[in-house]
Ligand binder design. Sequence first.
Ligand SMILES: C[S@@+](CC[C@H](N)C(=O)[O-])C[C@H]1O[C@@H](n2cnc3c(N)ncnc32)[C@H](O)[C@@H]1O
Length: 169
Amino acid sequence: MASDPETGALLRTLAASKPGGRLLEMGTGTGMGTAWLLDGMDAEATLVTVDSSETNTSIARRFLGGDQRLAFHLGDGGEFLEAKRAEGAVYDLIFADTWPGKFECLETTLDLLRPGGLYVVDDLLPQPSWPPNHAEKVAAFLAAIEARPGLRLTRLDWSVGLLVAARSV
Ligand SMILES: C[S@@+](CC[C@H](N)C(=O)[O-])C[C@H]1O[C@@H](n2cnc3c(N)ncnc32)[C@H](O)[C@@H]1O
């Protein structure tokens, strides 16, 4: 499911606030969010986008693969996050748009956020496409992140339901 235009516009604005930044997208899909992020980034900023689907990644690569600021990572998101934490990698903005990074591996993901870095999540308002028990997963995610120290977060009941958090320490 591709990000909607409101989410995209917010991603572009937030990306523009990180000149020279290192950005990470969990869940490339067909590249909608990737395209918005790239449109906000300056020439020095870089973006890694991660997806386990070769089909989806190949579509995104077809349209966006010529952008030298962008690197695709094809593989499981949870394994990617663990590997990056082991390396000591840090990011200035993380858009978490798949299971790992949001409903799974939340602590690992937040460990990768630089102080002052932004963590962005969408799809938090109920949608007809949600599978059974998904509402419980969203509620558990919100409870966990709202209780987590070291973040300043805002929920936006707008678009598909968004959350933006800044790491304060
Ligand atoms: C909601 S879509 C991403 C949409 C995209 N960010 C956009 O803005 O249009 C979620 C993507 O996560 C991928 N995905 C599902 N499970 C995954 C996993 N364990 N690791 C990495 N990617 C995964 C799917 O293949 C799908 O392309």
